[in-house]
Design a binder for this molecule. Structure first.
Ligand code: SAM
Ligand code: SF4
Ligand code: SF4
Length: 336
């Protein structure tokens, strides 16, 4: 096992399978920037499923246990269940999960994904009303479709995680309605602090509705009980007395988890990043496309991971980020 400069072991790979999406969430792909002129990756630049499976197989001996497929919208890639099957049965990855906006997750697709061995599904939904959902994502009347997808995931996978990004003054009034919407269901509702990923979403600290604010608000209406922290989990979880629903907080801004960060990220065209906020790609695709390289892939990966010292969110807290650098990669490219 190799460790990075901060003694962190590699275990978890998040793979963006496409940088395209059929939604335009304001905090991720603002429609004014991701418009018809935006240059998305070309089809022949994308890693094929075979190449992705090869990457997973090669990284497994380094400790890789979990893979999350994301994007962009991962369901825009055709037959994504073939990729899941390869990762589970060929690359023997313990846990393969997917995060999706839910709009293309039909019942048939979910059944195919379950058959392929997919372990769990996370769906993003930021509001419990179409009106506010449309403010968060102005291009798609998504609310009913996504709500149906959430119910279908519960019926096929027994439970579902729902991601809600909370932006102050925009959808914080939806926190209690979202809790009420899922009270009786086998859901983990995850409140995510709005993050400064990429350079296009005009993020400001004043727009962050903190986990503490959310927890205090929910605590006014419901009796919460803290659940034990799981090793390697980046969220704090709470149960709500007498209800099936659990809630969780992902506090990347107010309580960063850099010291335990065991994840790498692979873009759809095969660039590896050692942090969500990185601007430095490591070209993995050349190794899986038989291009000439000086080092073997194993030596290259050992070099990359053992030199890793990222802790962007931790540095943000103590105001030590180099703000002159303006080339962080976009969330839709690196995968959330
Ligand atoms: N399209 C899929 C979806 O929305 O679930 C997968 C990709 S999306 C980039 C993955 C996750 O990142 C989503 O839950 C989304 O809400 C979250 N996300 C995107 N931009 C964010 C930001 N600026 N701050 C916090 N979370 C963000
Ligand atoms: Fe698309 Fe997901 Fe980004 Fe929304 S958060 S724009 S659904 S990639
Ligand atoms: Fe990991 Fe970077 Fe996020 Fe810290 S800021 S938790 S190092 S991805």
């Amino acid at each position: 096992m190799i460790k990075d400069k901060l003694n962190r072991q590699f275990e978890y790979l998040r793979i963006s399978v496409t940088d395209k999406c059929n939604f335009r969430c304001t905090y991720c792909m603002p429609k004014e920037i991701f418009d018809s002129k935006h240059q998305f990756l070309k089809k022949n630049e994308l890693l094929t499923y075979e190449e992705i499976i090869e990457v997973a197989k090669t990284l497994k001996p380094f400790g890789l246990k979990k893979i999350r497929l994301t994007g962009g919208e991962p369901l825009l890639r055709k037959n994504i269940e073939y990729l899941v099957e390869g990762l589970k049965k060929d690359a023997l990855i313990d846990k393969v999960m997917i995060t999706s906006n839910g709009s293309l997750l039909t019942k048939e697709k979910l059944i195919a994904l379950q058959k392929s061995g997919l372990d769990s599904v996370t769906i993003s939904l930021d509001a419990s009303s179409q009106k506010v959902a449309n403010i968060m994502n102005p291009v798609n009347n998504n609310y009913i479709l996504v709500s149906e997808a959430i119910d279908n995931v519960i019926s096929i996978f027994d439970s579902v995680k729902v991601n809600m990004v909370v932006i102050k003054g925009v959808n914080d009034k939806e926190i209690i309605p979202m809790v009420e919407k899922f009270l009786g269901k086998s859901v983990e509702l995850r409140f995510i602090e709005y993050m400064d990923v990429g350079e296009s979403n005009n993020w400001s600290l004043s727009n962050v509705f903190s986990s503490k604010e959310t927890k205090d608000l929910v605590g006014k209406y419901f009796s919460l009980k803290k659940l034990p922290d799981l090793i390697d989990s980046t969220s704090e979880k709470w149960s709500i007395d007498n209800y099936a629903l659990n809630i969780a907080f992902i506090s990347s801004i107010s309580k960063p988890f850099c010291s335990e960060c065991n994840r790498g990220r692979l873009s759809a065209n095969g660039n590896f990043y050692t942090c969500l906020f990185s601007d430095k790609p490591y070209n993995f695709s050349s190794y899986f496309r038989n291009e000439k390289n000086n080092l073997s892939f194993n030596d290259y990966f050992i070099k990359v991971w053992s030199n890793r010292n990222d802790q962007y969110s931790q540095l943000r807290v103590i105001n030590k980020i180099d703000k002159s650098k303006k080339n962080k990669v976009e969330m839709s490219y690196i995968g959330g």
